[in-house]
Ligand binder design. Structure first.
Ligand code: NAP
Length: 573
């Protein structure tokens, strides 16, 4: 069980501004409809006695709507970063003994996390309406929400300012309309003599007010940013629900005439402390600009008509991963990016899945077997995972794979050189092709991949090369394979020396006999012979190698480099 922290109480009565905002928002019909949709989802999850946290509770409008819908008693905790707004929420809800307020403290960078404000493992559900898009550091925020939730706790949020691919033509975000109103209003300032007084230094003022406007209406972000942050914080989420709402022009105008919002829409006129004249001019400008926008929408927007336009609102439901293991967090792997070559089956697949279980985004490289690679991608649900086809022995294919990695992931933290083949023959019977093909994939491949990966590899990165026991002991009929795998060991040790100064470790794993397809060509009698030599008495599993690979990838293995570590059931020591 978690420990709940101390609740907050306001020191003074609610301000006039907060009261005006509360009432205005309550009157905007579209706003309440959108909110009620969130409350429908939230109330379906809550059970009697649950602690429900309203994150970004503002003046308490969303909390009032939730209480109205629920037929059960819950404990409702309201959290906000504004004492003025929370003061109003306290005024309207504070007399309810089941309601508590918590103020997010200002910290050097942003605000305190939710878990620092209400405690860890204390909440059953967190809901958040129209807030997440205002937060710059969404990763830290979602992490704080995950920490504050009990295991299997839920997080449901909603926003009208999220971009995505394939948004229906004409469906708007709140930001689309507000930005347009801002630009039209500035056009009016420039052309209408009634507002000539504001033309002086207007360009300079636009520049100076930019940060204030962005604070109230920040740049929009893609849904993928939110989903990635959820994954990294240990949430499982359902597919987001994108819902369209018809908004009547009058209703929207009412909303845009809320004074507190107008300071964010058109900060160039009066800023935070406008005179009465500036406040009234700003209201005039925004009202006129909004009417112009409405006419414009009717003409060009396929989802607008004479009554109103269409907003798209995104609803996301997530659950704190029941298997999310905070011990795993101490491995320091969460949110990192890894590429595993030859990850469509066998050892590479096990490594990729184990990395993902530890919160790592993975790129599955394969050469021929797309179906198998896609099965691995489908199996990995909690982190971002894509498959990329590239023959590691082909430099150009590898190069273009890393171009895609750069585009999709930006950087790489972990590289696992696993792809490998065998073509067993005694040397006397081995063709030039059989020699060359094994060297090309197993040894040239490692050059091609690592050389292209290095520019993307972050400080403190990890390179793990899969060698073999055969590199150390040799094996009958495997001169080509043994040479390639021994080459990998020399490569590993040399590269460890080159990259130590960047905090990048380079290690090799030398598996013994591991039960994968690669052993299919080995006759059963030979396999039995091998097993007889293994002190532990059985073939290894891909998972045995994956466990070591994850450890070597972690922060805990930071002082191990240039080494060759065996996983062989005691076959060699
Ligand atoms: P496996 O089941 O045969 O899997 C090999 C993987 O490598 C497949 O995903 C395959 O993908 C990929 N691959 C092969 N050629 C490739 C190429 N040119 N470019 C990109 N990917 C390629 O083998 P495994 O047993 O898991 O072996 C994995 C690694 O461990 C190998 O380096 C192997 O030498 C080493 N190892 C294995 C054992 C053992 O007993 N199993 C022991 C010691 C070392 P596609 O099918 O899509 O081509």
């Amino acid at each position: 069980m978690g420990n709940e922290l101390k609740a907050w109480k306001p020191e003074r009565p609610a301000s006039k501004g907060a009261t005006a905002y509360h009432e205005a928002v309550f009157k905007a019909e579209y706003y309440i409809t959108i909110l009620d949709e969130l409350m429908k989802i939230a109330s379906s999850k809550a059970a009697a006695g649950d602690v429900v946290v309203d994150f970004g509770a503002g003046t308490g409008v969303s909390a009032l709507r939730l209480l109205r819908r629920l037929k059960i008693n819950i404990k409702l905790w309201l959290v906000d970063n504004s004492a003025a707004w929370l003061g109003k929420a306290y005024e309207v809800l504070g007399s309810n003994p089941e309601v508590k307020c918590f103020l997010l403290e200002k910290r050097e960078s942003g605000y305190a996390k939710l878990s620092d404000t209400i405690g860890k493992g204390v909440a059953d559900h967190v809901i958040s309406a129209n807030t997440v898009h205002l937060i710059p550091d969404i990763e830290k925020t979602f992490n704080g929400i995950a920490e504050s939730l009990k295991d299997n706790g839920t997080f449901t949020f909603q926003s009208g300012n999220i971009t995505r691919d394939n948004k229906p033509e004409g469906a708007l975000m709140v930001d689309d309309t507000v930005k347009r109103v801002h630009d039209i209003a500035l056009g009016i300032v420039r052309t209408d003599s009634r507002f000539a007084a504001y033309r002086k230094n207007i360009n300079q003022r636009i520049k100076m007010s930019e940060s204030q406007r962005k604070f109230v209406f920040p740049d929009t972000r893609s849904i993928n940013v939110y989903l990635e942050a959820l994954r990294n914080a240990g949430f499982e989420y359902q597919e987001p629900n994108f819902k369209l709402f018809k908004v009547e022009y009058d209703d929207w105008l009412k909303f845009l005439r809320v004074r507190r919002l107008q300071a964010g829409i058109l900060p160039e006129i009066g800023g935070n402390e406008p005179s009465a004249k500036e406040e009234s001019d700003r209201d005039d400008l925004i009202t006129s600009a909004t009417k112009i926008l409405f006419k414009e929408l009717q003409k060009i927007n396929p989802l607008a008509d004479e009554k109103g336009f269409t907003l798209e609102i995104t609803y996301v439901s997530a659950k704190k991963h029941s298997k999310f293991d905070y011990y795993k967090e101490s491995l320091g792997l969460k949110g990192k990016n890894a590429l595993v070559t030859g990850a469509s089956r066998g050892i590479g697949k096990a490594i990729a899945i184990e990395l993902a279980k530890n919160g790592i985004n993975v790129i599955i490289n394969y050469n021929r077997n797309e179906k198998d690679a896609m099965e691995v991608v489908n199996e990995i649900k909690n982190t971002k995972c894509i498959a990329i086809k590239a023959d590691v022995s082909n430099f150009d294919e590898v190069k273009s794979m890393f171009d895609s990695v750069k585009k999709e992931f930006g950087k790489l933290d972990i590289l696992v050189n696993n792809a490998g083949i065998i073509m067993d023959k005694t040397l006397q019977n081995m063709s030039k092709e059989e020699w060359n093909d094994v060297i090309k994939v197993n040894l040239n491949g490692i050059y091609n991949v690592t050389n292209n990966a290095l520019p993307l590899l972050s400080k403190g990165g990890r390179i793990i090369n899969i060698s073999s026991i055969v590199a150390l002991d040799g094996n009958f009929g495997q001169t080509n394979y043994a040479a390639s795998k021994a080459g990998i060991i020399g490569f590993t040790k040399s590269l460890a020396k080159e990259l130590g100064k960047h905090g990048i470790t380079v290690n090799a794993i030398a598996p013994g006999f591991i039960d994968t397809e690669i052993l299919k060509s080995v006759p059963l009698t030979k396999k039995k012979e091998f097993i007889g030599l293994i002190p532990l008495g059985y073939l290894g599993k891909p998972q045995d190698v994956a466990n070591l690979a994850v450890f070597l990838a972690s922060d805990r293995a930071g002082y191990i480099t240039g080494d060759v570590i065996c996983v062989n059931g005691g076959l060699r020591f």
